[in-house]
Design a protein around this ligand. Structure first.
Ligand SMILES: C[S@@+](CC[C@H](N)C(=O)[O-])C[C@H]1O[C@@H](n2cnc3c(N)ncnc32)[C@H](O)[C@@H]1O
Length: 388
């Protein structure tokens, strides 16, 4: 699919930079709905992430690799950008977690963006005790590798990787993700990257992103449409060394003037802990449901979301994969983490299966009638089949 000139304009970094430079002195940059979604995710995810990891660790870190100006105009109002959202979450966390520390590293190479960010940060001072904020006037592609080289043992960290175009390179991302209890939310700007893949003049950006030129020989490049898109995404994710990679598809915004069925970018949450991926799924699902902007995929379990009622699909997968076995409720959720269902769906489906005589529940974490945590669930064969 070849992009229209209008689309190309959407993705040129120069257009963005001129735009941001011109506006920084005057009014906050305008933010589109599809960018606002990232902020909702952070607002919901970071407090829970801090609470969970903070229960075992006195120091946590948040890295905003492409911090931006700190505020935007959205629907005529001023709204927080990712670094300010992170600061608010950290302040809130530290009011309760006395004696704990949080370090926020906000990297922004553009002077005007940084000036705007600094202005917003000043409004939030004095900071809560234990909060340390560093605004780095650096190119993050140089700064992060240097930092990782100097800090062998990073405290549990969340990396926000939200560039206009290509993200941090795969080798840098993998260097981040090999640290224990470290995770990243990566903006994989599919449309831009896919466009560059077809343009020999800028293909070197992809060589840099992947850390080599193997991508040139991949089969997905000979495909078009959805097969190419899925192939490209899967290939990128296969290069990310993290146990859990959860992609959320974000379509074009009505303001982009591009068909809203097309993918603008993917937010990929990369982590190594099942609790992290399950928490992110809980955060993302309602946004997808309400806004209709996200798509989950359960393809690895052979389900196609649109074809049948959602509860039926979950029921089918659970019975097909776990009939005759007994497992903890949370284990089931972890084992099927890439299904497009959240905790309340599992609970409803399993309770219904119990009513239908296809499951038993042995309470462990719950009192009598609930279903959570370490409660044990056994899926029974259907009577008809066992009788025959
Ligand atoms: C999409 S904006 C970030 C938005 C921000 N994450 C938010 O949600 O509020 C990308 C920012 O990254 C900055 N940037 C681009 N390349 C960079 C680099 N190599 N190092 C540091 N900052 C960079 C740009 O100046 C811009 O302000």
């Amino acid at each position: 699919m070849s992009p229209t000139p209008a689309m190309r304009g959407l993705f040129t970094e120069d257009t963005w930079m001129v735009d941001s430079a011109a506006r920084a002195d005057e009014a906050p940059q305008h933010l589109k709905q599809v960018s606002r979604i990232k902020h909702f995710i952070l607002q919901k995810y970071l407090p829970a992430w801090e609470r969970i990891l903070g229960s075992q660790n006195r120091l946590l870190c948040y890295f905003d690799c492409y911090a931006g100006p700190g505020i935007y105009e959205f629907h005529g109002e001023i709204v927080d950008g990712s670094p300010i959202i992170a600061v608010r979450a950290a302040q809130e966390y530290l009011t309760k977690a006395k004696g704990h520390q949080m370090t926020l590293i906000l990297v922004e190479k553009n002077g005007k963006q940084r000036a705007s960010l600094e202005t917003e940060l000043k409004k939030m001072q004095p900071y809560q005790q234990g909060l340390h904020i560093h605004v780095m006037a650096e190119d993050v592609t140089e700064f992060v590798p240097k930092l990782l080289g100097e800090v062998p043992n990073l405290a549990p960290s969340f990396f926000m990787v939200d560039p206009y175009g290509h993200p941090l390179t795969v080798p840098i991302l993998n260097n981040i993700l090999k640290r224990s209890q470290t995770e990243a939310l990566i903006n994989f700007m599919y449309y831009r990257i896919n466009m560059d893949a077809g343009n020999p003049r800028v293909q070197h950006h992809l060589d840099e992103m992947f850390g080599n030129d193997e991508w040139h020989t991949q089969a997905f490049l000979r495909e078009g449409g959805w097969r190419r898109e899925r192939g490209f995404l899967e290939y990128f994710m296969s290069k990310i060394d993290a146990r859990y990679k959860l992609p959320f598809r974000i379509r074009f915004d009505v303001e982009d003037g591009v068909a809203r069925t097309r993918t603008k970018y993917y937010l990929i949450h990369a982590s190594n802990h099942p609790k992290a991926v399950l928490l992110m799924k809980e955060v993302m699902w309602p946004l997808g449901d309400e806004e209709g902007l996200f798509d989950f995929s359960g393809e690895t379990h052979g389900i196609l979301i649109s074809s049948s009622p959602r509860g039926e699909e979950l029921k089918e997968v659970l019975l097909r994969e776990y009939e005759g076995t007994e497992n903890e409720f949370d284990w089931l959720r972890e084992a099927t983490w890439d299904l497009p269902f959240i905790e309340k769906h599992y609970r409803a489906v399993i309770k219904q299966l119990k009513k239908d005589g296809r499951a038993t529940i042995t309470p462990v974490s719950s009192k009598k009638t609930g279903l959570k945590g370490r409660d044990r669930v056994r899926f029974l064969p259907s009577r008809r089949r066992s009788a025959g």
